[in-house]
Design a protein around this ligand. Structure first.
Ligand code: SF4
Ligand code: SF4
Length: 238
């Protein structure tokens, strides 16, 4: 489900959530190929974690090593992903090769076969070439395909989280390369996943998420203004 290959992007055009595109796989009888052999690519952002943990009524620590694992990204940060079984199938795939948490599935699963192209502090969608080669695809509005109620709020969250992670990675690597120790990687996991959200709807989730985000940003404010960190952060928004 890794959909950020530049070669894939170059061959495609970009869309907004209001565009109608050929995505809907009417002949999809649940072959389940998109839920196998995904390695650690089905990443879970804080919104994904909130809806999955609310549905399963389990905390991060309760889901860890049963449904969720963590991996170290190329940028050094530690982020969670959906686990695979020993047979390289997603642990949420049921006996009929269907998703047992379909309504609560992670954003990357909702996207498939779309990818996101981030640019200038925001993002657009593109179709990943060859992601699903099964059957005729009928047209569907992207917002409908994603199946998220408050798409404007969700897209803002997706973008804010993406660029926040980029900023944190810059700071994390700068501190490490300066020869100092940092637990920013574990801190991120604790603040946005391990600490229970204790909220019961999406609006309250976003409020709580942004409260935590602002808290972390404020605590890193002085380091973000340092040279060359400031320049590196500015570059990631281009
Ligand atoms: S690979 Fe395509 S046809 Fe198979 S389950 Fe996924 S979306 Fe459906
Ligand atoms: S969470 Fe559901 S849709 Fe996503 S990979 Fe697992 S089974 Fe497939």
């Amino acid at each position: 489900m890794n959909s950020n290959n530049k070669n894939d992007i170059n061959r495609n055009r970009f869309y907004s959530c209001n565009d109608m595109v050929r995505l809907s796989c009417k002949e999809c009888a649940g072959c389940g190929q998109c839920c196998e052999n995904m390695g650690d690519t089905v990443k879970i952002d804080p919104y994904d974690f909130f809806i999955i943990s609310s549905f399963l009524r389990k905390s991060f620590d309760e889901l860890f090593d049963k449904k969720i694992q963590v991996h170290r990204e190329d940028n050094g940060l530690i982020l969670p992903h959906v686990m695979q079984s020993e047979k390289d199938k997603c642990v949420f795939m049921d006996m009929n090769r269907r998703c047992s948490i379909h309504k609560y599935r992670p954003g990357i699963c909702r996207l498939f076969p779309l990818g996101r192209n981030y640019e200038r502090g925001t993002f657009s969608y593109f179709i990943v070439d060859g992601a699903c080669t099964k059957g005729y695809k009928s047209k569907v509005k992207i917002s409908q395909w994603l199946g998220i109620e408050n798409i404007t709020q969700y897209e803002k969250f997706v973008s804010d989280w993406h660029y926040f992670i980029k900023e944190i990675a810059i700071i994390y690597n700068y501190v490490l390369n300066s020869g100092s120790n940092t637990d920013l990687d574990l801190y991120l996991l604790k603040v946005f996943y391990r600490m229970p959200y204790n909220v019961y709807n999406e609006n309250d989730f976003y409020e709580e998420f942004y409260r935590r985000l602002n808290h972390v940003n404020q605590s890193l404010e002085s380091i973000k203004k340092m040279d060359p960190i400031k320049d590196m952060i500015d570059e990631c928004y281009m």
